[in-house]
Design a protein. Sequence first.
Length: 246
Amino acid sequence: MKKNKLINTILDNFKTLFWALLIALLIRSLIIQPFYIPSSSMEPTLLVGDRIFVTKYSYGYSKHSFPFSPNISSNRFFSKPPKQGDLVVFKTPIDNRTDYIKRLIGLPGDEIQFIKGDIFINNKKILRKEQKISEPIRCGNFTFETKTYIETLPNGTTHLASYNSNGTLQNTMKYIVPEGHYFLMGDNRDCSKDSRFLEEIGYVKNLNLVGKAKLIFFSNDTKKGSLIKLWNLHNSFRLNRTFKNL
């Protein structure tokens, strides 16, 4: 009897664990997923150490909605088009595996070009107004002087973007966004690998969109201390960024 009772207890625990994992997987795949920001390519909007929630339903679902991107379909279901200015998590086209987060700048058919440091979308210059920010902008382990602007996209969406004061991207070719693709850039313009680099990132397929960044739920400055060092958390924890909408 005791042996049977032990087996039943083990089976019950296994079933509980199985259903808990299944529910967690469904929530992560279909509703919301946490992500960690490991690089400075989106400063000042997102900082290294930010932890964000990304809604998976915002653009519908594809194979990239699920862990390990199983090759179950080449279609997107319940598809909803993203909007200019969205903070988009996507799988990089070069390997269809690595998660990146950038800001959506160009829609299918748009023409985008840098001319003398200004961004033009469909031959119209993006309006921008210089802002003063208190925190330095970082690029990897270094900080550099930047000029930060509020940029206004053609649909009226605004966002912050920073440019290196000592020299920035001046002139580029004209990028023409193919149908079914998007053009995305980092807000830290001179410290971001993005759609401007056609051989490394390039235009992002609709299929590769993972979700839309919605909220910073926790932020810890890794330059000031690791989460493991609980005694130093009061120095590294960024309370002012907790539950910040994006």
